[in-house]
Design a protein around this ligand. Structure first.
Ligand SMILES: Cc1cc2nc3c(=O)[nH]c(=O)nc-3n(C[C@H](O)[C@H](O)[C@H](O)COP(=O)(O)OP(=O)(O)OC[C@H]3O[C@@H](n4cnc5c(N)ncnc54)[C@H](O)[C@@H]3O)c2cc1C
Length: 501
């Protein structure tokens, strides 16, 4: 059996990819595609106007903030209730463990020896520690392991890294296999269509170096293009809502109305603070500090450059009626590190990001035209369910309360965003509606299940087409409670088992 892996982006050769502290470069740089989306009514002009997707070997795992989160057991119980038979927490836990090489834990929920490095962050900034103390002053318990099945409280994130280097899907899984004679990796190759003959996927059309070509598949085609590009490719190939495809003049192979529906994303708010001194990573923008951090990393693989700059976080309640926390917090030890988040005037700042992690709003991805070069129409419909805005408003009030606790407030000059004048719940709610930005976690657009709207079955086979599977964030019935990369790796582990003869 031979395998061809086709990736639209370049190889993962940029050194920035592999140094955790260079996350601020990969999170804003040329390895990302910025896709326009239809802003829901009411979202303000400062809201990020694009949805960001990685375009590089390893996909998001090569550019993301590396935060390793699995969600809570009830996330997977919800999947089962939606028809994902065989994907309960007990079913998926062995695959998280199989993937993992954890540098701290080895117990009933964690393992060592897997391909994916999962590590404590080597260097923890004092401002992160101060914020964690402030969380505890506000009543959040300290949680030593967000991936134990219980996320409640504040603590330090583990990241997908090994020995101070990023552990992406490409590094962990592909690199060790690159020498195999039965594997071809084609980068800068864009798949434009899956070829379906007599109800079976038999190959793909692609563009490489400006030339159109076809790769024939003897056994299977596996789509892992992410929650935006995967439904787009299915629809371009005649797999989707028959009515919508006919309107675009695309011959229909199978009428699957769920393709592109059920789009979910974590929407985030950023609170930005000015500091009363060089208390954050912002000081490393100055050349001598940057050189010192670079030297420390070069000599010892340690120090600030070994941090992803988002070391601490928390899970807490926005809506108190939820059983498990529904808001995730990220203490970003700097301002302007992430796309769409402003720097502070004068230089020294920090940012608290927070997201509502089980959104009820649902959007869709549809085709703009039958031309593969056109971006799809992405309509996330953030806050279309008012529940989400209410929950994130309360989560934002809690974040502000934490920042006013003595352990952290002594480092702060002022709150820059939102202005300190904004205090009442209604004002905060209005701020959230106008300033929320996409959290880069689109999922759910080719949902797994057994009903009419399901796109893949629980073995990830596209319903109604032979020889075609999907293995990426699009198959999740609902977003999990937190960052989704670890879940995508788990999905990959399961897909490998389904595919193996
Ligand atoms: C800036 C950023 C920060 C993030 N931070 C975190 C984090 O800290 N922790 C976390 O858990 N998650 C994080 N995420 C989210 C996480 O990385 C994604 O959820 C995850 O990578 C999704 O995996 P996927 O396999 O579905 O798709 P992707 O990782 O997006 O992979 C899809 C791949 O398919 C390629 N592709 C697309 N279309 C085509 C085509 N037509 N032909 C060929 N190739 C194609 C793309 O170039 C891409 O490489 C972040 C994401 C971003 C963008």
């Amino acid at each position: 059996m031979s395998v061809a892996l086709l990736e639209e982006g370049p190889p993962d050769s940029s050194p920035y990819i592999h140094i955790p502290g260079a996350y601020y470069k990969t999170a804003q740089g040329p390895l990302l595609k910025r896709l326009p989306w239809e802003p829901p009514p009411g979202l303000g002009p400062s809201a990020t106007p694009t949805m960001v997707q990685a375009s590089v070997l390893g996909g998001g795992s090569s550019v993301n903030a590396m935060i390793y989160i699995r969600g809570v057991p009830s996330d997977y119980e919800r999947w089962v209730a939606l028809g994902a038979t065989g994907w309960s927490y007990d079913d998926v836990l062995p695959y998280f463990k199989r993937a993992e090489d954890n540098n701290r834990f080895c117990n009933d929920v964690h393992s060592i020896g897997g391909p994916l490095g999962v590590s404590d962050i080597d260097y923890i900034h004092p401002l992160t520690r101060a914020w964690l103390q402030a969380c505890q002053q506000a009543g959040l318990p300290y949680n030593p392991d967000f991936n134990s099945g219980n996320q409640t409280g504040c603590g330090l994130y583990q990241i997908t890294a090994k020995n101070g280097r990023r552990s992406s899907a490409a590094v962990a899984y592909l690199k060790p296999a690159r020498g195999r004679s039965n594997l071809r990796v084609l980068t800068k190759t864009t798949v434009t269509r899956i070829i379906v003959e007599n109800g079976k996927a038999v190959g793909v059309e692609c563009i490489r170096n400006g030339n159109n070509s076809i790769l024939w598949a003897e056994r299977e085609v596996i789509l892992s293009a992410g929650a935006i590009a995967t439904p787009k490719l299915l629809m371009l190939s005649g797999i989707g809502s028959a009515d919508a495809l006919e309107r675009q003049g695309i011959p229909v192979h199978v009428d699957l109305p769920g393709v592109g529906q059920n789009l979910q994303d974590h929407i985030e708010i950023s609170l930005i603070y000015q500091l009363n001194g060089p208390h954050s990573y912002d000081k490393y923008k100055r050349p001598h500090w940057k050189a010192a951090a670079g030297l420390n990393y070069a000599l010892f693989r340690g120090g600030p450059a070994s941090s992803n700059l988002i070391e601490g976080g928390a899970f807490w309640w926005g809506n108190k009626s939820e059983k498990a926390p529904d808001i995730q917090y990220f203490m970003v030890v700097g301002a302007g590190i992430e796309e769409g988040v402003d720097a502070v005037p004068g230089g020294n700042g920090c940012t608290v990001n927070l997201g509502q992690i089980r959104p009820r709003s649902r959007g869709e991805v549809t085709l703009r035209s039958a031309n593969p070069a056109d971006t799809p129409v992405i309509a996330p419909r953030y806050f279309s369910d008012p529940y989400d805005l209410d929950a994130i408003t309360d989560g934002t009030m809690a974040a502000i309360d934490i920042m006013e606790r003595p352990a952290i407030s002594r480092y702060l000059t002022a709150r820059q965003t939102p202005s300190p004048m904004i205090r009442a719940r209604d004002e905060i709610k209005d701020f959230c509606r106008k300033n929320a930005h996409a959290a880069l976690h689109p999922s759910g657009t080719c949902r797994m299940g057994e009903d009419e709207m399901a796109v893949v079955d629980p073995r990830l086979r596209v319903r109604g087409i032979e020889g075609l599977r999907v293995a990426d964030a699009s198959i999740m019935p609902t977003l999990i409670s937190g960052n989704p990369n670890a879940v995508c790796i788990m999905i990959g582990e399961r897909a490998a088992e389904f595919i193996r003869p």
